[in-house]
Write a protein that binds this ligand. Structure first.
Ligand code: GAP
Length: 448
């Protein structure tokens, strides 16, 4: 196993051990391509979504949000082209019966599982999960679980425009589940069958499409930097003409260096007026925009930054994982595993520890601090085990700060230190003495 594979294995194992991510239906042997987020994972994921919503919607005048249903009329998927073209070409190996994506069999036309060469011709395989709405399972009741959140934005374009009273350029944002029956789900949560997307459809005039494409690429790069993924780990791929959707005038992929290689985190695509036109034509309902200045009606163009929540979570996990050798006061060395999350993303912001659990005064002071901080941030209270072990547990969870309530807090050694605590910083392990009254402000400035 090479070092990158080893690193990935360690990350997966920590995620299970510490309650970030579990295999779906694990006690029944698992369901391939589906994952459950545990207590720490759900906090991390929520922080990603909340920060995206904050910078993409709440902090902007030109973007509003929506939350569409996962199930939509089949007519949507016919008009968008998904029913006909959202497919992967597949090849079956007649020897071992494996079903493979045609682009994975390589030049030698050989099965990667058994090495066999008896392969079928490529056949199309639709990636949408089919389901039936209502009591009868006939052709009229067929629809699909949405494979992207974008389409409900397009089909609600007119309703949002009329109610939010926005003028071009403006965007509609959505975060939600999407489903794809991926042939080969792989690389942990990177390619799964159920995942979440954070999508913005930014509507503009045709002549400004390329300008907004550049603008959103830059904004999205800044987003990743602001959640702790350095620019040096990010790459922008200009998707070549041949690989772009036929209606797109330009697409960038924002990629990250995962341990299993450089892979797409997000696509930023200039989709022209294709989607609104398709839905206007198929539904017979106008989806145009009236420009009051020029008195013209036209279908707006759209630029779409489309990010994966799960892929961002995976990038954060890979980016944060670190091992270092530390030596204690007695000269004993050990390996410290630490998740160096940006404090803004960390699942738990601060651990609060009374030095001893059987001392009522220490415990009640620590409880007071928990009550002070909890309305503003996620706090973890821990009174069991040696203090060093408690710190290590929080290092593995990626908690950026630790507060210890000790006898100095009670003013037993020096009255000047009464109502002060030790504040430990995760990355440097440095400790400083801080007044309880200053804690909230000091921590809020560092975690929000
Ligand atoms: N509306 C455009 C769209 O859906 P996409 O490139 O197919 O474009 C956008 O998907 C993003 O959704 C990807 O960059 C990725 O982050 C995420 N994504 C797509 N398929 C995924 C899968 N099977 N598992 C996890 N994330 C996925």
């Amino acid at each position: 196993m090479n070092p990158d594979q080893q690193r990935m294995e360690k990350i997966v194992s920590l995620c299970k051990r510490r309650g970030f991510i579990f295999q779906s239906s694990e006690i029944y042997g698992g369901l391939n391509g589906c994952w459950d987020y545990g207590p720490l994972g759900v906090e991390l994921k929520r922080n990603v979504k909340d920060y995206w919503w904050r910078v993409m919607v709440r902090e902007r005048d030109d973007v509003v949000g929506m939350d569409g249903a996962i199930l939509m009329s089949r007519a949507v998927w016919r008009a968008s082209g998904h029913e006909e073209t959202f497919t992967d070409p597949m090849v079956d190996c007649r020897t071992c019966k494996a079903r493979l994506r045609a682009d994975q069999i390589g030049e030698k036309k050989q099965c990667p599982s058994c090495g066999g060469k008896d392969l079928t011709e490529p056949r199309s395989f639709n990636l949408m999960f089919k389901t039936f709405v209502g009591a009868t399972e006939d052709d009229d009741s067929v629809t699909y679980l949405r494979p992207e959140t974008a389409q409900s934005i397009f089909v609600q374009f007119k309703n949002v425009l009329d109610t939010a009273r926005k003028k071009l350029p403006f965007g509609i944002a959505q975060i939600g589940k999407a489903f794809r029956n991926e042939i080969n789900p792989r690389n942990y949560i990177f390619r799964s069958r159920e995942f979440e997307q954070m999508e913005l459809e930014y509507f503009c005039r045709a002549e400004e499409g390329m300008k907004w494409l550049e603008y959103w690429k830059e904004q999205r790069l800044k987003f990743y930097e602001n959640i702790g993924i350095g620019r040096d780990k990010l790459h922008v791929l200009t998707v070549p003409d041949a690989d772009r959707a036929f209606y797109s005038k330009g697409t960038y992929d924002i990629e990250y260096d995962f341990p299993f290689g450089r892979q797409e985190l997000e696509g930023v695509a200039y989709r022209t007026d294709y989607d609104l036109k398709q839905h206007q034509e198929a539904s017979g309902k106008p989806l145009d925009y009236f420009d009051e200045e020029t008195k013209q009606r036209f279908i707006p163009h759209v630029v779409e930054p489309s990010a994966g929540v799960d892929r961002t979570v995976l990038a954060l996990l890979c980016n944060a994982y670190d091992e270092e050798t530390v030596t204690d006061e007695k000269g004993k060395s050990e390996t410290r595993i630490v998740m160096r999350f940006h404090p803004r993303m960390a699942p738990v912001k601060v651990g609060v520890f009374p030095l001893l659990k059987n001392n009522d005064q220490l415990v009640s002071k620590a409880r007071e601090i928990v009550a002070l901080l909890r309305p503003q941030m996620n706090v973890f209270y821990d009174e069991t085990g040696a203090i060093g072990r408690r710190y290590r547990r929080q290092d593995e969870a990626g908690t950026p700060f630790g507060i210890t309530v000790d006898f100095e807090t009670l003013g037993e050694k020096d009255p000047a230190l009464r109502d002060t605590v030790t504040l430990r910083e995760r990355d440097s392990m440095r400790q400083e003495r801080v007044k309880i009254g200053d804690l909230l402000q000091l921590l809020l400035a560092r975690v929000s």
